[in-house]
Design a protein. Structure first.
Ligand SMILES: Nc1nc2c(c(=O)[nH]1)N[C@H]1C(S)=C(S)[C@@H](COP(=O)(O)O)O[C@H]1N2
Ligand SMILES: [Mo]
Length: 322
């Protein structure tokens, strides 16, 4: 993963997220929207964009697992500064290109070490549990971070429905792999589909969120619609987007970034300021959306979720198991 400069693209988002924005942010967003009116027109005219614009609101309940006391990263940054290599490698590419993704119909199939393989429809999953709003810090391995109000429920709720066998020790997650919708797949040398994995106890941890939305709405395509993971104590690349397959296995599954550079991206990928990336420091991070002089901040062990998750790793050498 290279550190790239964000593309200086105008906002194409006009829905004021006034419930979350203070007046000043609101004015800035409105001004950006006016400047981006041409872009917006194109987006609204695109047939898939209009079809998917229906029913975007999610009813959420507040979760006690939500992080408090942090300023939320503005919606505009969360949805225009993305990593989603299926839609290009630039930070601004996914927001420009991910309208190509069709999120209905959508199913998630479950196989491997389970009682019997199953397929879940996305609309069944949406209704399976109460949708919770969870504010989490989001730390990319590239040393930038955000604070995002996600909507979803604990992955453990879903795993229980999958009825894994006791022989299942890990879970693998696979993203959509469709060069017709995601032609950038042919240009980027990662092993496709994008694959990620968790040890079973990590997957069952209540903080691990099966995510359907952000800012009280369904996920924008560029953020991994219609269903993704969010694992707040791990680097962002573990948070696999646009999931179509979940596989229960007995051995550590291969992962896209570990395949690409095993010395740079380990399987565990816990946020750890004491273990630098071979090409840059992980001691600090840049909080996207903050004024430039306030962006730099100290990175916390386990991204600040150590009280909840450190016990998963007792006795492990976190330098070896990075
Ligand atoms: N399928 C897929 N999932 C992915 C990625 C990707 O390129 N493809 N990028 C990862 C990385 S590096 C990060 S930091 C997060 C970014 O999520 P966000 O764009 O919603 O902030 O998604 C992760 N999930
Ligand atoms: Mo990332």
């Amino acid at each position: 993963m290279l550190i790239r400069k964000p593309d200086p693209i105008p906002s194409s988002e006009i829905t004021p997220k006034s419930a979350y924005l203070n007046r000043r942010q609101f004015m800035a967003t409105a001004a950006a929207a006016a400047a981006g009116a041409g872009v917006l027109g194109e987006r609204l005219l695109h047939p898939s964009a209009t079809a998917q614009a229906a029913a975007t609101k999610l009813n959420t309940v507040k979760s006690p697992l939500s992080t408090t006391g942090e300023t939320l990263t503005p919606y505009n940054d969360v949805t225009t500064y993305n990593n989603f290599y299926e839609f290009g490698t630039g930070k601004g590419d996914p927001s420009k290109n991910a309208w190509r993704l069709h999120t209905r119909p959508w199913t998630v199939s479950v196989d491997g070490l389970v009682k019997k393989p199953k397929t879940f429809d996305i609309d069944t999953l949406l209704k399976m549990r109460p949708m919770e709003e969870r504010v989490y810090r989001h730390r990319c391995v590239e040393a930038w971070s955000m604070v995002i109000p996600w909507a979803g429920y604990s992955l453990s709720e879903f795993i229980n429905q999958c009825e894994p066998l006791s022989s299942a020790k890990y879970v693998q997650f696979l993203s959509l792999d469709d060069p017709k919708q995601e032609p950038w797949i042919n240009e980027v040398s990662l092993t496709w589909p994008y694959s990620e994995g968790l040890r079973m106890d990590e997957a069952m941890h209540p903080l691990t969120l099966l995510t359907f939305g952000l800012y009280g709405e369904v996920l924008p395509n560029q953020d991994g619609a219609p269903i993704r993971l969010v694992i707040p104590w791990k680097y962002g690349f573990k948070s696999v987007k646009s999931i179509v397959k979940v596989r229960f296995v007995d051995k550590q599954p291969h992962t896209a970034w570990n395949d690409a550079a095993p010395n740079e991206y380990g399987f565990y990928s816990n946020v750890n300021p004491n273990v630098d990336h071979p090409r840059w420091s992980q001691k600090t991070e840049r909080r996207i959306g903050e004024p430039i002089w306030k962006q730099r901040r100290t990175t916390l062990m386990f991204n600040g979720y150590g009280d909840e998750v450190a016990k998963l790793y007792t006795g492990m050498d976190l330098r070896k198991n990075f």
